[in-house]
Design a protein around this ligand. Sequence first.
Ligand SMILES: Cc1cc2nc3c(=O)[nH]c(=O)nc-3n(C[C@H](O)[C@H](O)[C@H](O)COP(=O)(O)O)c2cc1C
Length: 196
Amino acid sequence: MNEVSAGVLPVSTLLSRRSVKLVGEPGPNDEQIEAALAAAVCAPDHAKLQGWRFALVRQPDILAVGEKAFSVLEGLGKPLTPEKQASTRFWLKDLPLLVAMAYQVHHDHPKVPVLEQTLSMGAAVMNFENAMHAMGYSSFWSTGLGSYTDEMAEYFGFDSLDYQFVGYLGVGMPKNRVIPADRPDPWSVASWFKAP
Ligand SMILES: Cc1cc2nc3c(=O)[nH]c(=O)nc-3n(C[C@H](O)[C@H](O)[C@H](O)COP(=O)(O)O)c2cc1C
């Protein structure tokens, strides 16, 4: 094996990840969840703000989160249709792990604009998803379930004055066969820059 192929080999794990929404048991155990969290906190983090927050939810509390989101949305005059409620309940009913995610917002930080804090949170979530994939699980990032309401953020203890909620990850084993994703040609998004 030459140096290049040795370097590319671990990357193949990243290349085979795809999001899978319908997952069921078994879910990751405590040790595996801790490993994925350890990967999340390896995200690039300007000024070591460590603002990432993950609220871990198992059954039957996952079902309770769904019902809470329905009632919050209804209370805000944005009720989900009966069909959407049914498909959401179907998604949640066998889900072994739901992760509600937010980051602490440092407003007016002298060195780290909020955009960088947002990017760091995205990187942490991606590390978590890739770690789960490397351990054989699938995940799906959703901003449904009232993600953009203060009420749902506060339900998880994320005061919306201090935290930005970024949605949920569902994690488990795919219920159906996973077909490899169709990805773009890497060179369709990159080119070498030459100084003029
Ligand atoms: C921040 C964020 C929020 C998302 N929210 C939703 C969502 O609410 N519903 C949905 O169908 N997909 C959502 N997606 C997309 C899926 O998580 C997933 O990335 C997409 O289905 C493509 O699959 P892939 O990750 O295998 O490319 C979201 C993605 C991101 C990055």
